[in-house]
Design a protein around this ligand. Sequence first.
Ligand code: DGJ
Length: 731
Amino acid sequence: MICYQDDQRLFTLHTKNTSYQFVVDAHGYLLHTYYGPRVGGGSFAYRLREADRGFSPNPNAEGHTRTFSLDTQPQEFPSSGVGDFRIPVLEVENADGSRAVEMRYVSHSIKQGKYSLEGMPTFFAKEDEAQTLEVVLQDPVTGLRAVLYYGVMEELDLITRAVRIENGGTKPVALNRVMSMCLDLDRAELDFITFDGRHTAERHPHRRRLAPGIQQVSSIRGTTSHQHNNFVMLCDPDAGEHHGQCMGAVLVYSGNFEASVERTQFETARFTMGISPWQFRFMVEPGESFVAPEVAMVFSNQGFAGMSHQFHRAIRNNLCNGTWAHRRRPVLLNTWEAAYFDFDSDKLLDIAGHAAKAGIELLVMDDGWFGKRNDDKAGLGDWFVNEEKLPGGLAPLVEKINAMGLDFGIWIEPEMINEDSQLYKEHPDWALQIPGRPFTRSRSQLVLDFSREEVWKHVYAQIKKVLSSANITYVKWDMNRSLTDVWSAALPAGRQGEVYHRYVLGLYAMLEQFRKDFPNILLEGCSGGGGRFDCGMLYYSPQIWASDNTDAMDRLLLQYGTSFCYPVSTVGSHVSAVPNEQTHRITPMNTRAAVAMSGTFGYELDPCKLTDEERNTMSLQIETFKEYYDLIQTGLYERLTNPFEPGPFTAWQHTAEDGSRALVTVVTGMARSNAAFTTVYPYGLLPDAIYTVNGKEEMRGDVLMYGGIPLPNEGGDYRAMQFMLVRKSES
Ligand code: DGJ
């Protein structure tokens, strides 16, 4: 609910459990007053305080009064260059070369329903599930306008923000920095949690106390990156899974980003998030506008779990869309670690035969089926079937595979080009490169200039033809390098600072086209695993291959980190062969399955190389997963332990919202001699209900929660156990 009190010029945004408030002050500045637990009403404006602070300047209109300074007031969309020295949201270059900009209130409107942003993904809602507040601000000198969008999704406790900058003046303006949001908090004794890593080790949480100055994570790789995710948190120093205040913010965007928190001189904190300003310069001519992507925020008064549950619901129901958002996803077998580039129709049919018998529902032919793609040095850009490997094209192969009862999917990497390709011979200038400067290779490939419509449209037309040539029900959209040599032949020198963002817009345009033309194809995102695991991509692809690391023990870490924002239904996760390809570790097959089940679940191995016993195990695992599917995909996800802390095991739980069922999964670490007894403590059961544990013992919910489940110690490293708790009347 959005309330506006005209007499005080006060905006209060209420969700079910939170309230967010700001006020328009006498000068027209938007001053932030509150974000926290829901309140019934009232103004927090009494907390705005003024004092004469040395070296904090005063707006001209204050005359010689020295107590009001933009440098010390909490703001919604701070000005820059006129007295606020904290991290800005907006930096411009006006036509006269000056850099100052000051945004003051002009008008506002409140609408039913949730706004959307043209050409960019956003959370969506039914008309009666959300409200939108638009606040128009204007620079009194240049006429530059900022339209602040606030989306309020009450049931989800989700507040979204986005900004449109409109040039309402008569001269061009260059935008050098446009953050999507600013949140000025009245305290700085807070922890900043970010999700960082590297290729094959993505989204590991890092928590630190705010120190004076700016702390920041960002990506300048052109994509979200393996190195830092664009989801971050701020919380009380003692906040944990089920206690303390915390706030999470996620950018609905797939390119360069920046998330910064500044601990200020007066022990307040400013948080900003948006497109990275690095190499960013967007020209806005009179009458033109620029839209900064959406940020979604959740505040929780009861620790991390409450925040995660709201993000999980919102991403599942109000971001992922299309046919597959809620349909049961197929259990797939992907050929990458099974065959790499070395396959042909016969090999695929052998794999498919065993896969079908084991209960696999979808065979995914990964990289290597097109052009001259026999290794990773050639072929990208040539999206036609390699008939030496697949005689007659896709149709005959797919028909045979379908006849075995399997669906069929393929891998593509549309944004890339190899020098050794027909496309590069025809259009070398379509690759991002700077004239006169030797280009930079990565995985022996270059990035296509998707900021140019004719480029992505050409690639799309080729891919469309392939997808239309056979019964293809799944596509894995990969992206295997970061952007370098960013320069577009289609833009003049003064607009090269737009290429990174225009690239992302081109990508979204192609994804949108894909969605329209192939609404029934399940799209899985991927960027060398989790290099583009973000809400932007999740809008188009309800699942993303979470990492190129399939080792179960390493997956415990990255799936734990991923779970803070992203629901299980989005996490591409497979059982692979041992020794593991990435770590060479050997883990039991049921451990690999227990871990992969906290994701979309599938296999990434050659079933022909398994023993009969292993193939039987595979069938049983698939049956188990199907039985647990709804609970795993839509249940409340509880992190029972933190795998980054020392301890004998890692555990997590999926709980039905009504408490009727819960699945507790435990994975032990390295075995120790003469080890102490261990116990796992389920969470969130109905205290008075009687549960059966794996269909046997009957125990009260409270006894299970407070007494725990004793874990057997059978020795051996990396053991998995699952405990299915079913409320008795349901069993
Ligand atoms: C990177 C992906 O993450 C892998 O799963 C696989 O598809 C390869 N690319 C193929 O080149």
